[in-house]
Design a protein. Structure first.
Length: 427
């Protein structure tokens, strides 16, 4: 039986159920949030998250993403410890740098001048959240992943509404986002308490340093190749928002951020759910010498069928829909969404194919491609920056260039999966 109609199909349905419920909660609450908070407050929050996500991606050198790979639980435990220690160390270094730059060098952090000192907390809590969720992926606890997903969405959205009713400001939004990583950690960890003994019982303090050194070498492909790729991808994703914050005021940043957030809902929930499921199951299939390219193509086409009507509807009616749903203050976000729909559709269908790359062992090639893709998008954005286009034209150019890059990524990933078929047959 094909993987898509067997394990992957069932697991995707389970994880996607929680993802869809989380998406529904966000969609229901978002019109309330946009009527509580101003575009300027949303803009400051977006700049904070853009910088914070780049740093959080860098913090643990993507070692948490390797948690699904070790055959032995003790090796996975060493990866957990290593990831948390790296996250802690990076957060401390970030705090020292921000303090030195702000206090001694009198560096102006722009929109983040009042909030930069909170970035280290966001970084460390984000690392904890990623480590705990990757542990659930390793254990293939897809029902628990689904439950944690919608519960986290509910906690964050309700907190924004209640917090906004008390004090609708950038400080409230930033505080809630800082605590989101901690909430993700607790919501995921409660399902893992019965496994901690099996993971950590063979670890002693005397062997800790040697174990961490060994596991860091075993999975060194992740900091060498995957981490730069992930950092470049995070920076590439945040770059347009950062440039918009330089070109326009915080209100325009907030408008762009809302459009991107709304269109990212299916990508971040459903697309991420599919990627989480494919990663461990394809890993097992490849170990067993099974063919995987057919399933990668089929699930990519399935994602296209799911996403096409949604994103096409946004491209046609987005301007009117945003103004009606989110309020008249967000009309510009609707115009942005009509252009962003093209890019987000391509990003949506690319998630399954890109997720198999670490399993196939093409980390180095992925890094090379990511650098090339980042160079293309950066060149386009900086040309638009110096030409001085309007905000709508700027977003249009960004969307078209990113859609082209996503198409190249999908083509390359599918081609790489075909190569794995020949390797499996030869083995």
């Amino acid at each position: 039986m094909a993987l898509l109609s067997g394990k992957i199909g069932r697991a995707v349905a389970v994880v996607a159920s929680g993802a869809v419920l989380g998406q529904v909660i966000s969609v229901i609450v978002m019109p309330v949030v946009t009527r509580i908070y101003s575009p300027e407050a949303m803009g400051v929050q977006s700049v904070f998250l853009s910088v914070g996500n780049i740093l959080a991606t860098s913090a643990a050198l993507t070692y948490p993403l390797a948690l699904v790979l070790p055959k032995k639980n003790v090796d996975a435990a060493y990866l957990m410890i290593l990831s948390v220690l790296l996250g802690m160390a990076f957060s401390v270094v970030a705090l020292l740098f921000i303090f030195t730059a702000g206090y001694y060098a009198k560096y102006n952090f722009g929109e983040l001048s009042d909030w930069a000192y909170y970035l280290p907390l966001y970084i460390f809590f984000s690392v904890l959240g990623v480590v705990s969720s990757q542990c659930l992926v390793r254990e293939k606890r897809f029902k628990e992943i689904a439950r944690a997903s919608w519960e986290l969405s509910a906690v964050l959205n309700v907190s924004k509404v209640i917090g906004g009713a008390l004090y609708a400001s950038p400080a409230m939004l930033i505080g809630i986002n800082i605590l989101s990583g901690l909430a993700r950690f607790f919501l995921s960890t409660r399902f893992l308490l019965d496994l901690f003994g099996a993971y950590f019982q063979k670890i002693s303090v005397n062997d800790l340093r040697a174990g961490l050194r060994k596991i860091s070498r075993t999975y060194r492909d992740f900091p060498i190749y995957r981490a730069p790729q992930a950092i470049i991808a995070a920076f590439s994703q945040s770059l347009p928002l950062i440039i918009i914050s330089l070109l326009f005021d915080a209100g325009v940043v907030g408008q762009f951020a809302l459009a991107l957030t709304v269109l990212s809902l299916p990508v971040n929930f459903i697309g991420a759910a599919v990627a989480q499921v494919i990663y461990p199951i394809v890993n097992d299939a490849l170990r067993a010498g099974k063919e995987i390219s057919g399933d990668v193509i089929r699930i990519t086409l399935l994602m296209g069928l799911i996403g096409a009507p949604v994103f096409a509807g946004v491209a046609i009616f987005g301007g009117h829909v945003f103004e009606f749903v989110f309020g008249e203050n967000w009309a510009l976000a609707g115009r942005f969404s009509q252009w962003l729909a093209l890019f987000m559709f391509m990003d949506f269908i690319s998630r399954p194919s890109i997720a198999v790359i670490p399993v196939l062992g093409y980390q180095q090639s992925l890094l090379v491609f990511e650098v090339g893709f980042f160079a293309i998008k950066s060149a386009v954005l900086f040309v638009a920056f110096y030409v001085g286009l309007s905000s709508v034209l700027f977003v249009a150019i960004y969307s078209v260039s990113c859609a082209f890059v996503a198409l190249l990524q999908i083509s390359w990933a599918i081609r790489a999966s075909y190569s794995s078929n020949f390797i499996a047959l030869n083995d």
